[in-house]
Design a protein around this ligand. Structure first.
Ligand SMILES: CSC[C@@H](O)[C@@H](O)C(=O)COP(=O)(O)O
Ligand SMILES: [Zn+2]
Length: 216
């Protein structure tokens, strides 16, 4: 991981808004350096406290975020205008799982392609890869991990409801889901853990694509 992500540890808890902003800005740089957020795609959020998150505004260059590109949002109030078009997907995840500290969404080529390949099954199953252990709580390559795949939609309020209904009942859920032809949502307890999950997903999805194309 690059310097901004590692520096996250040094941000003081004294200012939880600044800490959340720092996590989001570092994640944007990390993702942009890897080509995962082309042309202003992607959106990023981090939890401030039980009721609030910091989330990117719509259309910002995710590789060059400043505090002005970030909004503090109350999870239990109507969303203000100008936020990421996909903010409802973030809000619904935080409300569903109090342990989530950060959610990062990227348009990496592997995620866009793997999601489209597996769209008709509604799930992509990872199994047999040592790197799965990069996901929190996974201790063996033998673990079977399901990554739900949803049809893409511009109605992100309806999509958020569909996603959360499915995730509640999804066994062996990996810390992320795919939107077909669109990209990946990943979460973790901290910004740093979520970046680790994003990086693991990227490699695992590349491996899975190659495996499906050319199994041994
Ligand atoms: C620039 S194309 C990608 C967008 O349509 C969207 O999917 C996205 O990820 C970013 O939207 P944003 O509203 O900036 O959060
Ligand atoms: Zn997107």
């Amino acid at each position: 991981m690059n310097a901004p992500a590692l520096n996250e540890q040094r941000v003081t808890d004294a200012d939880p808004v600044a800490s959340a902003q720092q996590q989001v800005m570092a994640a944007g740089q990390f993702a942009a350096a890897r080509g995962w957020v082309p042309a202003t795609s992607g959106n990023f959020s981090a939890r401030v406290d039980a009721d609030r998150i910091v989330v990117t505004r719509s259309g910002a260059d995710k590789g060059a975020l400043t505090p002005a590109d970030l909004a503090v949002v109350n999870l239990r109030e109507p969303l203000p205008p100008g936020l990421s078009a996909e903010a409802p997907l973030h809000v619904a995840r935080y409300l569903a799982d109090a342990s989530i500290g950060a959610i990062f969404h990227v348009h990496s080529p592997a995620a866009a392609l793997a999601s489209r390949r597996n769209a008709r099954h509604g799930v992509l199953t990872l199994e047999g890869w040592e790197l799965q252990k990069a996901f929190a709580g996974v201790t063996s390559h033998l673990a079977v991990l399901n990554v739900p795949v949803f049809a893409n939609s511009q109605d992100t309020v309806a999509l958020a409801a569909e996603v959360e209904a499915r995730l509640q009942n999804q066994a062996d859920l990996a810390p992320g889901y795919l939107l077909a032809g669109h990209g990946l949502y990943a979460w973790g307890r901290t910004g740093r853990e979520t970046l680790r999950h994003l990086e693991a997903f990227d490699v695992l999805l590349q491996l899975q694509l190659e495996w499906e194309r050319n199994p041994l």
